[in-house]
Each structure stands twice: as structure tokens, then as C-alpha cells.
Design a protein around this ligand. Structure first.
Ligand code: URA
Length: 235
């Protein structure tokens, strides 16, 4: 059970004082009853409406975003546009941040959440969540590259975990790469070691979750309950 003023503040991204005012004005209902006091307690499945509009009632949010180029994977871009800026106001929450970073010029799947524990699990090196990328290359990759990726290459004195690489065209200039780590510029650096430049990079999958192809660049949506379950099944 959670206090209604706390839910309103969280869901509408307003202060508790503003939440209390809305309640006082009689604009809030929970399970069809007008809420009269700020300390009214709501169950986790209560149907809450403000001015007749249904609002969410979940402790945390999980958002899938299709990141475009030119946007920073951070909550504070210090003047530059961030992935959080792309989330529509109605979906925004205090404490929303990207669980895992993509480079400014990388596109694709970014998970945004205010659930610090889940983000920690996803980001923790010990959890080895697979991340799948499509890389467009300036020249073809050969069997040496495949072996080095699959055996766990050494990069700047660090021995990497094994990665998968699969050609997506006959010329072998487009590759699907699956990493079990998330080191800085990892895909680009792995190809660079073999003299190959990554000209386009897109993340298409995190763990068992695929980027929703109906999301245009810059668009986002909440994860479904099934998708959230899949995220919690990480080990
Ligand atoms: N590897 C990279 O080089 N860049 C990314 O954004 C993600 C993985």
C-alpha cells in the first residue's frame, strides 16, 4: 500500500505539495472513489485517475528507446541532448536513467529505468547480459577476425570474454556481433584491432529482449509485463 500523494508525485513528476493541491481540488479518484486526503493508501493494482485521465501506478518504470545518432546516453548531457530528453513528459520520472551506454553515434536499443537495482544487475560485469549489435564495416572481416572474436581477444592488455560474430551479407561487410561485456567503444575497438573501421553501429537486443522494430528512431514505449519478467530473469 502506497500513499496517494507519493504516487501522484512519482507518476506526474510533481512535488508532494503540488500533489496535495490536486487532491484538495477533488481531481483524483482511486477505484472510482474521489480521494479526499493525501495520506489515502492505494493498493498496487488501484486504478487511479486525475481529471478523468488514468495514470500509472507502478513503483518503477522500464522504457525501451530506439536511440538515434547524435544523442548522449546519460541523464545529464551538460547542454547536449540526452536519451532522457527523448522520453515524452507524460512518461518521464525523477531518477530515470539509461541502463548501459551507447556511443553518441550508435543507434538502437537503450533501456531506461528508475529501478537502480535492476540497472545494477544489467550493468554488473558478473551478470554477463548478452548485447547484440549490427555493425557496418568499411572492409570485409575474415576468419582471423572470427577466431579472435570467438576465442576472447586481448585488447589493450585485457583478455575479453568470447564474442560471437556472424556475417549478414555475402561480402562480410555487415556483421552481427554478440558481446557478453560492455567495455568502452568495445565493438569499434575489437574491429579496429584488425584494421577495420565500424561505420554504422546499432544495438538490436539486450539479453532476451529485441528492439521493437515498430519504434522509429527517437521513439520509446514501456516494456510489457512479460518483457519486464524477462529482464528480471537475468542471472
Ligand atoms: N561498442 C561500441 O563500440 N560502441 C557502442 O556504442 C556500443 C558497443
Amino acid at each position: 500500500m502506497t500513499r496517494i500523494d507519493k504516487i501522484l508525485a512519482r507518476e506526474l513528476n510533481i512535488s508532494r505539495t503540488q500533489a496535495k493541491q490536486i487532491i484538495k481540488q477533488g481531481r483524483v479518484t482511486a477505484d472510482s472513489q474521489t480521494v479526499k486526503t493525501a495520506d489515502f493508501k492505494c493498493s498496487d493494482d488501484a486504478q487511479i485517475f486525475v481529471d478523468g485521465e488514468k495514470i500509472g501506478n507502478s513503483e518503477f518504470v522500464y522504457i525501451m528507446l530506439n536511440k538515434p545518432k547524435g544523442v548522449i546516453s546519460a541523464s545529464d548531457g551538460k547542454g547536449e541532448k540526452t536519451v532522457v530528453d527523448l522520453v515524452p513528459d507524460g512518461m518521464k520520472r525523477k531518477g530515470l536513467f539509461p541502463a548501459g551506454r551507447l556511443d553518441k553515434d550508435t543507434t538502437g536499443f537503450v533501456l531506461l529505468t528508475d529501478d537502480g537495482e535492476l540497472a545494477h544487475n544489467i550493468l554488473s560485469p558478473s551478470h554477463h547480459i548478452d548485447k547484440t549489435y549490427i555493425a557496418v564495416l568499411d572492409k570485409p572481416f575474415d576468419d582471423n577476425v572470427v577466431q579472435d572474436f570467438e576465442n576472447g581477444m586481448s585488447l589493450d592488455d585485457e583478455k575479453l570474454l568470447n564474442a560471437e560474430i556472424t556475417p549478414l551479407n555475402d561480402e562480410k561487410t555487415v556483421a552481427q556481433v554478440v558481446l557478453r561485456q560492455g567495455l568502452y567503444h568495445q565493438v569499434k575497438r575489437m574491429f579496429k584491432k584488425h584494421g577495420i573501421t565500424v561505420v554504422e553501429l546499432k544495438r538490436t537486443k539486450m539479453g532476451g529482449l529485441c528492439l521493437d522494430l515498430s519504434l522509429g528512431e527517437g521513439e520509446c514505449r514501456y516494456l510489457t509485463n512479460d518483457e519486464i519478467e524477462m529482464l528480471f530473469c537475468v542471472d
